[in-house]
Design a protein around this ligand. Structure first.
Ligand code: HEM
Length: 436
């Protein structure tokens, strides 16, 4: 058996990594822990408590761990109205336990870890603890990286409330009426392995390594209680919640997110996104619902379509993003009556849907190629809505039946989750549900 790696041994091995980010800080911190002389990374003198505190922080290594921190606590979870980050890693999990206490423990542990990671810190004692006899609390690949505006957003799927007819955790009566099993839509080609999940966690960050690190560490914490059902990486935001910034483009090359709800439009968020106390259940007040659809885009076929046809399909110009039918600028008013009836915008615009709106927050993906010479590329569609029955299902039904764009789209993954409100004080994700 290998002997435990003593702190002094690690001090020398870490310091051999030279000036690699936190390495220098950690080495100094370990020296303190081992009783050696202390020095700050900047060369000035430090004390033991200062250094051991920094040792516990995965992302605190001199690269400005405090930069880009999105507050974790608040009435709503972060990662919804938050300005959209550049990267996403989302994972759905299945609960492998029937023990409610284990679910509570998991959500407490996840909340604690999420609070630390979103602040740019390592999980628990961090990636390089003083005692090395057991695996570190944190996997380490975010050492030296700043918080990168990381947000972690959790959702509860139908399976948390009821699975195969069983009320596994005594939560059946708490299932929101709007947390439906999504219907089959025309043209769906869903892969069950990419659908559903008892829990979902969306990690968004400006650095993909930070997002992946967060999901990996939550999966690690959940070992024995949850297993990863599917996960999806996204690289290019296809929506914006900050209209003042340039609108991003999707893989069809069109601006996407022009008419999205902005994170600062609190009246619209209240009307279309946040569940109020009045509609219930009580535990969901301040929360929302999230729909996720993995939509493969037949980009090779699209690329062979004339520009005019592409614009008629979307209902907007490709360069400027102006609405067809007379618009010249991106934000010119859309007149649905002047758009081709089967164009995407004509079908999904609020004027054609009783004023209903959704908050889109999707990402592009390319998951290699399909073996037939085509890229497995598309849009990981993410939408936050107050009631999926009135805001998502009618839209998707129309798109599936009538949208000219559907010819280029194949829906391969799907899920709907109730998103609990944010965490305040010492609370944890879903506390009002599990202790209500
Ligand atoms: C790969 C699939 C999709 C692509 C490429 C796509 C593309 C676009 C584009 C280019 C726009 C116009 C720019 C904008 O206003 O943001 C748009 C708008 C919109 N899309 Fe999609 N979309 C897709 C899927 C969906 C789905 C599945 C839904 C909902 C079920 C949806 C709902 C909307 C809505 C509500 C708007 C705003 C319409 C407006 O207010 O004018 N989209 N989409």
């Amino acid at each position: 058996m290998r002997r435990p790696f003593a702190a002094r041994d690690r001090a020398s091995s870490v310091s051999r990594r030279g000036l690699f980010g936190l390495g220098a800080v950690s080495a100094a911190g370990v020296a303190v822990a081992a009783g050696g002389a202390a020095a700050r990374a900047d060369g000035s003198a430090g004390d033991a408590s200062d250094l051991s505190a920094r040792l516990a922080f995965g992302g605190s290594g001199g690269t400005g761990f405090a930069s880009g921190v999105v507050p974790f606590t608040g009435p709503h979870q972060a990662g919804i109205a938050t300005p959209v980050q550049d990267r996403m890693h989302t994972a759905a999990f299945d609960l492998t336990t029937t023990d409610r206490v284990a679910v509570i423990r998991l959500l407490k542990d996840w909340t604690a870890a999420a609070a630390r990671m979103t602040a740019g810190h390592g999980v628990g004692e961090g990636p390089i603890p003083i005692v090395a006899a057991s695996p570190p609390d944190d996997t380490g690949e975010a050492i030296g990286l700043p918080a990168s505006r990381l947000t972690l957003t959790v959702g509860f799927g139908p399976g948390l409330f009821e699975k195969d007819g069983a009320d596994r955790f005594g939560l059946r009566a708490q299932r929101p009426a709007a947390l439906i099993d999504l219907p089959h839509f025309a043209g769906d080609s869903l892969d069950p392995a990419r659908c559903g999940g008892d829990l979902v966690v969306q990690a968004c960050a400006d650095d993909p390594q930070v997002a992946v690190h967060a999901i990996r560490n939550l999966a690690r914490i959940g070992f024995g209680t949850v297993s990863v059902r599917w996960s999806q990486l996204g690289f290019g935001k296809t929506s914006s919640t900050t209209p003042a910034e340039q609108t991003p483009r999707n893989l069809f090359g069109f601006k996407d997110g022009t008419e999205n709800i902005a994170g600062t439009e609190h009246d619209l968020l209240d009307r279309h996104v946040w569940v109020s106390g009045a509609e219930g259940p009580a535990w969901l007040a301040g929360g929302t619902f999230v729909v996720m659809r993995r939509i493969a885009m037949r980009i090779e076929t699209w690329d062979r379509s004339p520009l005019t046809e592409q614009e008629l399909i979307v209902g907007r110009t490709k360069g400027e993003g102006a609405p067809l039918g007379g618009g010249v600028a991106e934000r010119d008013k859309v007149d649905v009556a002047k758009l081709p009836a089967d164009s995407h915008v004509a079908l999904v615009h609020p004027d054609a849907n009783g004023g209903h709106r959704i908050l889109r927050r999707g990402y592009s993906f390319v998951d290699g190629s399909d073996g037939l010479g085509r890229l497995d590329a598309g849009l990981f569609f993410v939408a936050f809505v107050r009631d999926p029955r009135t805001q998502y299902v009618p839209l998707q039904s129309k798109i599936a039946r009538n949208d000219a764009m559907s010819e280029y789209l194949v829906h391969t993954g799907s899920g709907l989750w109730a998103v609990p409100p944010g965490v305040t004080g010492d609370g944890y994700w879903g506390q009002a549900l599990l202790e209500g």
